[in-house]
Design a binder for this molecule. Structure first.
Ligand code: SAH
Length: 249
């Protein structure tokens, strides 16, 4: 079902002014279709509380893509066929907007809630999004499977837990030199110190912390970018539930 009105195109100019990037007309259309499909799916399983056009545009579309701004503006990086994993994707964020913008990237969506992943599969089928795969499992399990361990160039995590928990999920999945983006709201010196203290144990390094202001409501965002410098010891991630219950200190 295609609607003839693209409510999200109202925000078209905001991409350029905030991210120095612009979706193509087909991408704008795909965003609108994603919005409608997520709203429809949301009737069956609670995927998101954000349902207004402006909320969806800012907090799902814009926010998902602002985290990969360095990749949006780097033609070298965008030319590569990256293997990406979205850990704790929920309603498909940030993974699905990233999949629409980079059709030559392969995006694996991980979520522990099988129902959410099943619904995302239906959404992708409906919208003919072909560069996405689905892993209805805990990140701690996926990260010990040979097919997935050290297999990804880029890991994305939004609203999945404390930074140290996210680092323990993400670093085992990254290949050497791969990067993780932790999507955060506020970011404190204490969080940064806590993360720096544990990264060496996981083979990780902090690359940079980038800050952004959301264009419609002037909210604060921080993206914490990690890289894998050394192999992660086999004992990480620890057993399912432990990284969240007892983050590394
Ligand atoms: N990233 C989405 C959803 C955030 S809610 C967004 O920002 O909108 C957090 C999601 O992570 C939930 O759907 C939950 O099921 C999933 N999750 C939490 N811990 C997980 C783990 N260890 N492995 C896999 N999924 C996890």
């Amino acid at each position: 079902m295609m609607s003839n009105m693209n409510v999200l195109s109202t925000y078209g100019d905001r991409w350029q002014s905030s991210l120095h990037w612009q979706p193509s007309a087909p991408q704008q259309q795909a965003f609108q279709q994603l919005y409608e499909a997520i709203l429809a799916a949301n009737q069956q399983v609670n995927l998101t509380r954000i349902t207004t056009p402006e909320g969806f545009w800012e907090k799902h579309l814009w926010d998902s893509l602002q985290g990969i701004e360095p990749w949006l503006s780097n033609s070298d990086a965008t030319a590569k066929a990256l293997k990406v994993v979205d850990i704790g994707t929920g309603g498909g964020f940030p993974g699905l907007p990233v999949a629409l913008v980079f059709p030559h990237w392969a995006i694996a969506l991980i979520d522990a809630t099988r129902k959410k992943i099943a619904l995302l599969e239906t959404v992708c089928e409906t919208l003919a999004i072909a560069n996405v795969s689905f892993l209805p499992q805990r990140a701690e399990q996926v990260a010990h499977q040979p097919l997935h361990r050290e297999a990804y160039d880029l890991a994305l995590l939004r609203a999945v837990g404390p930074a140290n928990t996210c680092a323990e999920y993400a670093l085992p999945l990254l290949s050497l030199g791969g990067q993780a983006v932790l999507y955060r709201g506020q970011w404190t010196a204490a969080e940064e110190a806590g993360l720096l203290a544990i990264l060496p144990r996981l083979g990780g390094q902090l690359v940079e912390v980038r800050s952004q202001t959301t264009p419609l409501t002037q909210g604060t965002r921080h993206n914490v970018i990690l890289t894998k410098a050394e192999r992660t010891p086999d004992k990480f991630p620890r057993l399912p539930g432990i990284p969240a219950k007892t983050p590394l200190v």
